[in-house]
Design a protein around this ligand. Structure first.
Ligand code: C5P
Length: 409
């Protein structure tokens, strides 16, 4: 028995050459005894036939909003309610635009408006169409509206172009579906685990100004901090998200506080940490800042210049050092060697309750990646959270944090 057994997955196919791979995807889902229903747009039928999809899914394929026979069998609202998860694969530029605009001009887009199930979009299109400002804008807005976006992959395209826009392979989509269903199960099993709890999270990089146009910063994407904020919200917490400049949609219900410098992050963190139960320092704070910020743009003159830098305040250590209203304080440690030793030293030195260590020397996880693995240490105990999407890792980590937070009370 797998996590997908007896789940109701609705596959929406829109018009794109990658549609032919959906037969394989549905076959793989059926291997897990998943109940699969397929909805196709009219353009999708030019790439793969409804008969093929009916044969592999074992169910009639729905493709018409106004078909009396199909409505009598399973009406569109019923179908929208039936789904545990809707996966639109391939999601063409056109269908993304229509979904983002909230249109309901065919069965698939109507179902998407009518469902309260999570919806995943698996984009597939020509690389130039993917990079077009309208598509970029639609995808960013869809992500902000809590749609899950899986892919696309890079590589050679059916049209001969090379670039981003290839649909993920069926095996990768299946893996995402498994992770998503697992995360949904976890959220329903512990929906209000963090009810009446306030969590403050720092995320992303800081920027340390040199002059009005230049700054020193780092490559942090803020993905882990944003995923933690979303997991806390899903578990019923109030969330303050103090973030540096990041290019990500922020969770809609978080109290997002945008800052630039480490000093600003420090000041906001101390205000909010004192009113919080849990503080999680996920930000990649710049260790030093220039001593002087020039009023005017620094002009190019000599071949060499020397910058004088001064240490920034350690935000998580300042929170952990609070003598009154101190929250349960969690830090992160990105290490490239002796992960356990350095992480434990850091936890002790900064007086943290817990530290989450990741080995950033391993390719495909950590900085800027969508995946991560963590070794979590507290007191004399430890647990390992294996490599997973930052979304599902954040949910697992919040459960570990909550358990230790309760133990310490
Ligand atoms: O010392 P290091 O930067 O490796 O420690 C990492 C942890 O400390 C992270 O949790 C990070 O958010 C936090 N930190 C901080 N303020 C700093 C430097 C790091 O809160 N100035």
């Amino acid at each position: 028995m797998s996590v997908l057994t007896n789940r109701n997955i609705l596959i929406g196919i829109s018009g794109g050459i990658a549609a032919y791979k959906c037969a394989e995807l549905v076959r793989r889902l059926k291997d897990h005894q998943t109940n699969v229903r397929v909805v196709m747009t009219s353009a999708a039928k030019s790439f793969i036939t409804p008969l093929t999809m009916q044969a592999v899914s074992g169910n009639p394929v729905a493709d018409d909003l106004l078909d009396p026979a199909a409505e009598a069998a399973m009406g569109h609202i019923e179908l929208a309610k039936w789904a545990d998860l809707i996966v639109v694969a391939p999601a063409s530029a056109d269908v993304l635009a229509r979904i983002n605009a909230g249109m309901a001009n065919d069965l698939l887009t109507t179902l998407i408006l009518a469902t309260d199930a999570p919806i995943a979009l698996v984009p597939a299109m020509n690389q130039q169409m993917y990079k077009a400002p309208a598509t970029v804008h639609n995808l960013a807005q869809l992500q902000q509206k809590q749609f899950h976006i899986w892919g696309p992959a890079q590589g050679e395209q059916a049209c001969g172009d090379i670039g981003p826009g290839r649909m993920l392979e069926p095996a990768e989509i299946l893996e995402h579906i498994q992770q998503q269903i697992t995360a949904q199960d976890e959220a329903t099993q512990s929906p209000q685990l963090l009810a009446n709890t306030t969590v403050t999270i720092t995320a992303g990089p800081t920027r340390e100004a040199l002059d009005p146009v230049r700054y020193i910063s780092n490559h942090s994407s803020g993905k882990m901090g944003v995923a933690l904020a979303q997991a806390c919200l899903d578990l019923g917490a109030q969330v303050n998200l103090i973030h540096g400049p990041i290019q990500l949609p922020l969770p809609v219900n978080a109290n997002a506080i945008a800052i630039e410098s480490a000093q600003q992050m420090h000041d906001e963190a101390l205000i909010h940490a004192k009113q919080s139960d849990i503080f999680i320092a996920c930000a990649a704070v710049a260790d030093y800042r220039p001593v002087d910020i020039a009023d005017q743009k620094i002009k190019k003159s000599t071949d060499e210049i020397t910058l004088r830098m001064v240490k920034n305040p350690d935000i998580v250590a300042a929170v952990a050092g609070l003598t009154e209203h101190r929250p349960f304080t969690v830090g992160f440690a990105a290490e490239t060697q002796d992960v356990e030793k350095y992480a434990k030293d850091k936890m002790k030195r900064k007086k943290l309750d817990m530290i989450c260590a990741n080995d950033v020397s391993i390719a495909g996880q950590g900085f800027n990646s969508d995946n991560n693995a963590l070794n979590v240490f507290w007191q004399n105990e430890h647990c390992s959270l294996p490599c997973a999407s930052k979304t599902s890792l954040a949910m697992s980590l919040m459960k570990v944090i909550k358990q230790q937070f309760d133990n310490q009370k």
